[in-house]
Write a protein that binds this ligand. Structure first.
Ligand code: NAD
Ligand code: AKB
Length: 316
């Protein structure tokens, strides 16, 4: 096996910021380059090589990959669902052209492995809402979801047409304590923890009975790296693995937090993000990920809630 030289795009974001730290501990800090359109700063900048990279600039992408001798890319740069509905053209440009540039680099520069995430946003209102199958109807209603379906299809095309190794999962909503989420619909499931600790009250932008698939960050990172390192021969799919850990309603999450924050009050004032959430599944069948690369989540609602509150109380 060749020596890993990794580049993370969108490394200042919610997932990229924590993923970079874990990759640096695993492969050596000098072997993991953190890039983002925003200048990397803080722990990210202090713990290894960093650079500014706009993924929509193909020349810059190729130059950066060659400059650091990169063979593995975790492509985390994206515009998420809520921001994508406000700026659909930007969402299309960053998510599609950014991904195509990375895929072209995989072909032309001979990258070994590329991870390009998809999302539960690839599904739509016609998709079975419970135990959503691996192979199912993909008719999203958001620009973000459209780019995720196109990204999956394009990734599969590149794998078959050019023989490159591109892999991806359909992440559920990710909950984490280090970096705030960047403009998605599932952001309430992070915001609620901050407000519970800071103010003891929260106004939630989805309805109390809105149930969505979610995942705690340690599981998200484990899944991402496990997929990247999985034996290629065991993988039947490539860019579209369903992935599940938890599913709960906003009300159930509030009740779980209330066990540790007595008197925590939540009111519900749905906004435009409710309509997005209503088109996404409630629970996911991730048996393909479990069977093909041994996916198994570690965190449930109870231990995630305790860990989030402990981390945020120490941080705030
Ligand atoms: P995020 O919004 O927190 O971070 C994205 C990063 O991309 C930001 O730091 C932003 O500055 C950067 N960026 C934006 N435009 C760029 C450009 N042109 N060039 C380079 N960088 C640019 O997103 P995230 O939550 O970390 O998501 C990472 C990936 O996981 C995305 O593909 C996203 O669709 C997917 N995903 C995330 C979640 C979640 O809940 N966080 C769920 C499903 C899928
Ligand atoms: C969003 O809400 O846009 C993301 C996602 C589920 O893809 N968190």
């Amino acid at each position: 096996m060749t020596h890993k030289k990794v580049l993370v795009t969108g490394a200042m974001g919610q997932i990229g910021s924590e993923l970079t730290g874990v990759l640096r501990r695993k492969y050596g800090r000098e072997n993991v380059v953190a890039t983002d359109i925003r200048k990397p700063e803080g722990v990210l900048a202090g713990s290894g090589p960093c650079d500014v990279l706009d993924v929509t600039d193909k020349t810059a992408v190729f130059t950066m990959l060659q400059k650091y001798g990169i063979n593995t890319v975790y492509h985390m740069a994206a515009i998420l669902s809520a921001t994508g509905e406000k700026h659909p053209a930007l969402c299309w440009n960053v998510n599609m052209n950014g991904s195509i540039n990375i895929m072209d680099a995989a072909v032309e520069l001979g990258l070994e492995t590329v991870i390009i995430p998809s999302s539960i946003a690839a599904f739509g209102p016609e998709t079975p809402r419970f135990n959503t199958p691996q192979e199912t109807i993909l008719r999203p209603r958001t620009m973000y979801g459209v780019t995720k379906v196109c990204g999956e299809l394009l990734g599969d095309y590149y794998v078959k047409r050019f023989g490159v190794d591109i892999r991806g999962v359909r992440y559920p909503g990710i909950i984490s304590s280090e970096t705030l989420p960047g403009g998605g619909t599932t952001d309430y499931a992070v915001d609620i923890f901050y407000k519970a600790v800071e103010e003891g009250t929260y106004t939630c932008f989805v309805k109390e009975d809105t149930k969505l698939p979610m995942m705690y960050m340690p599981d998200c990172i484990k899944a991402t790296i496990d997929l990247a390192e999985a034996d290629k021969e065991s993988l039947v799919h490539s860019c579209e693995y369903n992935l599940a850990a938890l599913s709960f309603t906003a009300g159930e999450l509030a009740a779980e937090i209330r066990k540790h924050v007595p008197g925590f009050e939540v009111t519900y004032e749905p906004d435009f993000r409710q309509a997005i959430a209503d088109t996404w599944p409630a629970t996911i069948d991730d048996s393909a990920a479990r069977n093909e690369w041994g996916w198994q989540p570690d965190w449930n609602l109870e231990n995630m809630t305790m860990d989030m509150l402990e981390k945020l109380r120490a941080k705030i």
